[in-house]
Design a protein around this ligand. Structure first.
Ligand code: PRX
Length: 654
């Protein structure tokens, strides 16, 4: 049975236990409904009160929402604040000695960093950046391993009002270059190497490669954290060791007070067209989304040990590592390693070691760990856990049940959180002390999130029918624009098809008889591989940039562990290769894509044809390619195809 079929047959329901409910921040459906009613009755009053209660403002705002230039909405616009102040300074009075970060290193050693220590490290780094000439509004690319200093770097940018753009450490030089250029970054912060699974991975060398050729004239300085002892070439006048930069800096740094709408960061994500787009987030609204979701969805308690296993290179690592947990004064784990090193029990042993109470990971990790040792969690003391979460892709009920029974020991609710780089924080997810959970459903919207499922005309669909997932009202943590491309922002997210008023998420979904939302997948040409978002067009562009390739089309196919796998149909400039030749060229092209974008975008399967299936007007028939990739029988009429014979060729895997 496929994952989708098994989701459609799912009807189990798990109510929150009385024990969990009693201590929950939002206790029972009446409390949840009361929050929703409040938001419905007085939308601005609802968000305004939350913003006043949860954020320390330097200058209070007088207007909650400004819709005068829709869809360029503004929240709390005349208020002033600083995110780093909210995450650090405001805890110093009563939590200075509380552990902010447990930095769990790749080799299994760990380091505790208190709020005071983190504050001082951030201030030193902020002062260091200032000494390099970084000012409010300047862009700083952060290309770092999952070390505690990655959080320090992000917080330091926020402290001085610089806009960071974190680039995932697994991306290649080409991807770094594109992002540096698009944002005209002044400084890059990196490390000599990262350490993952016992292996050293060069990062500085990748930055050097990105900057070679002089395509990035905006870059003035490269700050290099010495994560290992490896010596790397340093360019005179451009490169500076992090350790030298911060050595003599003051451990205090007055925060730069910024307007609530000041961009906090840019984060690039894939869409169906063109290059990845720089999703631009605000300061005040974004911060609020992180805080309220941690209180509602993660039911935050002061003695929690929170662990989100994401990388800071993705939105999950921004909101649920770099900002949210610090803003509420939590103790959290920053994990440098991989789930399979030194063996597949790393997650479970780390939960035991640090007495983790809240664990947040991706379905793909769960599925791969089931494969590698379904009984491994039982060998560890996981009694500290009280809440589990998933994010990034739909979870199949089988993996959900294992997570619930074996990891959570039938005790811990699972919050399946639907959201996106663009929404900034959890958007649809259960409030675990209120909403009963169903395996595979992200359940109900958070209070104040006006989610709906509509047809092509924008009319709500009947329960049970699939449709487009939309959000009908702007909300504080929603992206503000695409960096440097307001027009693309408008046409991508607020298309005229729906009157230009709804935020269109790009997912399809349906509602069941209880109003629960079930995400069915993307409606555009975006793939979700191991919870990572990839545009088919990006991979196609990378492939056709190879001198051997004439044409390429990329589609997804279901994959047991990764959720989706990348299948590339390729036409070479020369003859269609066969046998050993085909194998060799396929391997070459996989490496090529890894080099152009990053390993995560590497096709799993490459198939060669003399041509691609096209209509007589020359349009590639992707629907057919999807069926071929899945190995389905082609039953539809292919007589309109210009070149039906290529279908046989493209069936053949290499
Ligand atoms: O298709 C949805 C899927 O991931 C997409 C967003 O990807 P990204 O911006 O990279 O953010 C991922 C982490 C927030 C969505 O459009 N997605 C995310 N969470 C879920 C999900 N699909 C189903 N269930 C989820 N819980």
């Amino acid at each position: 049975m496929s994952a989708i079929e098994s989701v459609l047959k799912e009807n189990r329901v798990f109510e929150p236990s009385d024990e969990f409910k009693t201590h929950a921040n939002v206790n029972g459906m009446d409390a949840y409904n009361a929050l929703c009613d409040k938001a419905n009755a007085d939308y601005e009053g609802f968000w305004g009160e939350l913003a006043r209660d949860n954020i320390a403002w330097k200058k209070p705002f007088t207007q909650v929402l400004d819709e005068s230039n829709a869809p360029f909405y503004k929240w709390f616009a005349d208020g002033q604040l600083n995110v780093s102040y909210n995450c650090l300074d405001r805890h110093l009075a009563d939590k200075a000695d509380k552990v902010a970060i447990i930095y769990e290193k790749d080799d299994g050693s760990s380091e505790n960093i208190t709020y005071r220590e983190l504050y001082e490290r951030v201030c030193r780094c902020a002062n260091g950046l200032k000494s390099l000439g970084v000012q409010k509004g300047d862009r700083v690319v952060v290309y770092m391993p999952m070390v505690a200093d990655a959080v320090v770097a992000m917080q330091a940018c926020a402290r001085i009002g610089a806009i960071h753009s974190v680039v995932f450490g697994g991306f290649s030089a080409g991807a770094v270059k594109d992002r540096v250029k698009d944002a005209a970054a002044k400084v890059i912060i990196t490390a000599n190497e990262s350490v993952r699974g016992g292996k050293q991975v060069p990062l500085k060398a990748t930055v050097d490669e990105a900057l070679a050729g002089g395509d990035c004239p905006s870059v003035e300085k490269v700050v290099v954290l010495a994560r290992t002892d490896a010596q790397v070439p340093m360019v005179e006048g451009r490169d500076i060791w992090w350790q030298d930069l911060v050595a003599n800096q003051a451990s205090e740094c007055e925060p730069e007070w910024v307007d609530a709408e000041h961009p906090l960061f840019i984060l690039y994500t894939s869409g169906s067209t063109g290059k990845p787009k720089g999703v631009q987030h605000s300061t005040g609204g974004y911060l609020l989304g992180g805080i309220v979701s941690l209180k509602w969805v993660f039911d935050y308690k002061p003695d929690d040990v929170f662990w989100c296993t994401a990388d800071v290179g993705w939105i999950t690592g921004h909101t649920y590592i770099a900002y949210g947990p610090l803003a509420i004064g939590a103790t959290q784990i920053v994990f440098e390693g991989v789930p399979t090193y030194p063996d597949a029990s790393r997650f479970w042993s780390t939960i035991e070691k640090h007495k983790v109470s809240t664990f947040y990971t991706a379905p793909t990790a769960i599925r791969s760990l089931i494969k590698l040792g379904a009984d491994l969690p039982t060998k560890y003391d996981l009694s500290s856990l009280r809440l589990l979460g998933t994010v990034g892709e739909p979870i199949n009920p089988e993996a959900w049940m294992w997570y619930y029974q074996v990891v959570g020991q039938n005790r811990c609710p699972i919050v399946d959180t639907w959201w996106q780089t663009e929404t900034g924080s959890n958007t649809i997810a259960p409030l675990p002390g209120a909403v009963a959970i169903k395996p595979g459903s992200c359940t109900l919207p958070l209070p104040g999130m006006m989610v709906d499922i509509v047809d092509e005309s924008g009319a709500p669909v009947e329960k049970g029918n699939g449709g487009f997932l939309v959000i009908k009202r702007p909300f504080p943590s929603l992206l503000r624009t695409i960096w440097g491309d307001d027009a693309r922002f408008k046409s991508t997210y607020f298309p005229e098809d729906f009157g230009g008023k709804y935020y269109v998420a790009g997912d399809s979904a349906h509602r069941d008889e209880n109003g629960y939302i079930w995400i069915m997948g993307r409606v555009d040409d975006v793939l979700n591989v191991s919870g990572h978002r990839l545009g088919t067009m990006e991979i196609e562009s990378a492939l056709v940039a190879n001198p051997l390739v004439a044409e390429a089309a990329v589609v997804g196919k279901p994959h047991e562990v990764k959720g989706e796998a990348v299948v590339a149909f390729v036409v070479l400039k020369g003859e269609r290769p066969q046998g050993e030749d085909a194998k060799r060229i396929a391997a070459e092209l996989k490496n090529w894509v890894a080099h152009e974008i990053g390993k995560i975008a590497q096709p799993d399967d490459i198939r060669f044809g003399e041509n691609l299936p096209k209509t007589r007007s020359g349009k590639i028939m992707r629907r057919l390619l999807r069926s071929l990739a899945k190995g389905e029988e082609i039953t539809s009429d292919i007589s309109t195809l210009e070149n039906p014979q290529v279908m046989e060729q493209l069936k053949q895997t290499i």
